[in-house]
Ligand binder design. Structure first.
Ligand code: FHN
Length: 428
């Protein structure tokens, strides 16, 4: 189920997200970890129906496999993520170079991953998990200790709450939703709320309106004026929060004339699916990140913990390799705090980002000796110096046509991508 493309929006925050101090950490950090973890994780992607047929899905398994409420509630009662290790999760994010985390606090199935007082459909009251533990509190403590910002995904669409599906009783649902969001803000102080499930194309009972979105955003900023909120807080064509959320894609142009973050899975699913084998290569992860950063976007890359709460080893391995690249030779400077340049690289060889007076040409297809890489300049640039990170080789910079050519003298420094750092002469 993919959301329709977002339309133009108006930000209802009190300031301009592009320049606000409220969003500055988010605009600098660039790379985050998405975590899809919930009662669906307990099924690990597979459900055997009473007639013996096997149905596969991840976080949509209840709806897509037609699991009756009582059967889903029965399986959720066995959910026991005893191996959930917040420090290991934060370490995996740090090792990947991911500087913020967004975890599902409540997905469409309505199951809350914290001890909410609004209902008993949650990890504290409806599971086999240790009632003395609170995984969101554990993650918040570990994230704070590691200097990682923590945000919560929250689905407006709720398949479990009876009052959601009936427009006549929807206000009762909305009251509980506001109550849950206040619990999350008061008890865990998230830096960001990542809403979802606001769309109504495949959800005819969803009566969430434009005004609902604007009211919710005002309510949230009343609780915490520093909170960052994504564009799925309300109807995408009017109320759009602080940033757009293209999903499983990298848009070539800015989304809705606003900040944006591309969210993607590392394999085929958001939630854990034991049968999933289609993993993105580390090179794909890094190249996507470089592409997104060069356009001034963020990249939110997902992990789906298994039923015990462990991040799958294939995820950990790929993320660690991405982090190795980012940490080598200062190559992360092409991403963190980097953004638009006014230059256009030829996508056949890579991307170019700007960070202050430094330009970073990230080359994913290194040229044969003596072959120039062309950069089209949309504005005049004067290059003071150029060097390949991690190498002593020289780079010849020469004006050429509508921009300039870069001709390195030696070989690439990294099979994933090599970075040529260009120092721009400040304007006279
Ligand atoms: O339906 C959800 C889906 O399960 C997942 O959470 C993604 C992540 O952005 N959002 C919705 C689909 O657009």
């Amino acid at each position: 189920p993919q959301r329709p493309a977002a339309g133009p929006g108006t930000n209802h925050a009190t300031d301009d997200p592009f320049t606000s101090s409220r969003t500055s950490w988010w605009r600098q950090d660039r790379f985050g970890m998405f975590i899809h973890f919930g009662a669906y994780s307990n099924l690990e992607g597979e459900y055997t129906r009473p007639d013996g047929t096997v149905c596969r899905n991840a976080e949509w398994i209840k709806r897509e496999c037609g699991i009756p409420d009582e059967a889903y509630e029965k399986q959720a009662a066995t959910f026991n993520p005893s191996a959930f290790d917040a420090q290991a999760i934060v370490r995996a994010a740090k090792d990947a170079g991911q500087r913020y985390i967004v975890i599902t606090s409540k997905h469409h199935d309505g199951y809350a991953m914290w001890p909410t007082k609004q209902n008993t459909w949650n990890l504290r009251d409806h599971s086999s998990f240790d009632p003395h533990r609170d995984i969101l509190a554990e993650l918040k403590k570990a994230a704070d200790a590691a200097g990682i910002k923590l945000g919560f995904y929250y689905s407006i669409w709720d398949w479990h709450d009876r009052d959601f599906a009936d427009p006549a009783t929807f206000p009762r649902y909305k009251k509980r939703m506001y109550g849950q969001l206040k619990e999350l803000i008061d008890n865990y102080d998230p830096a960001l709320l990542w809403f979802d499930g606001e769309w109504d194309t495949d959800n005819p009972t969803n009566t969430w309106s434009r005004q609902d979105g604007a009211d919710l955003q005002a309510y949230l900023h009343g609780l915490n004026p520093r909170l960052i909120v994504n564009n799925r807080v309300g109807k995408r064509d009017v109320v759009d929060g602080d940033f757009g959320t293209p999903e499983q894609e990298i848009p070539t142009e800015p989304v809705d004339g606003q900040l944006w973050e591309s969210c993607m899975t590392l394999n085929d699913h958001w939630g854990f699916a034991r049968y999933d084998t289609n993993w993105k290569a580390p090179a794909t992860v890094v190249r996507n990140l470089l592409d997104v950063a060069s356009r001034g976007g963020n990249y939110l890359l997902n992990v789906g913990p298994d039923k015990l709460g462990r991040i799958p080893q294939p995820s950990v391995d790929r993320l660690r390799e991405a982090g190795r690249w980012l940490g080598a030779h200062g190559q992360g400077d092409a991403v963190y705090g980097a953004g638009h340049t006014g230059l256009v690289a030829d996508p056949s060889w890579g991307a170019v980002s700007r960070r202050g007076n430094e330009l970073y040409a990230s080359v994913t297809s290194w040229p044969a000796a003596g072959t120039p890489l062309h950069l089209t300049a949309k504005q005049p640039f004067e290059i003071a110096s150029a060097r390949v990170l991690g190498s002593s080789q020289q780079v010849k910079v020469a004006p050429s046509g509508d921009g300039f050519d870069l001709t390195p003298s030696g070989a690439a420094t990294d099979p994933i991508a090599s970075v040529i750092r260009l120092t721009v002469k400040p304007p006279a």
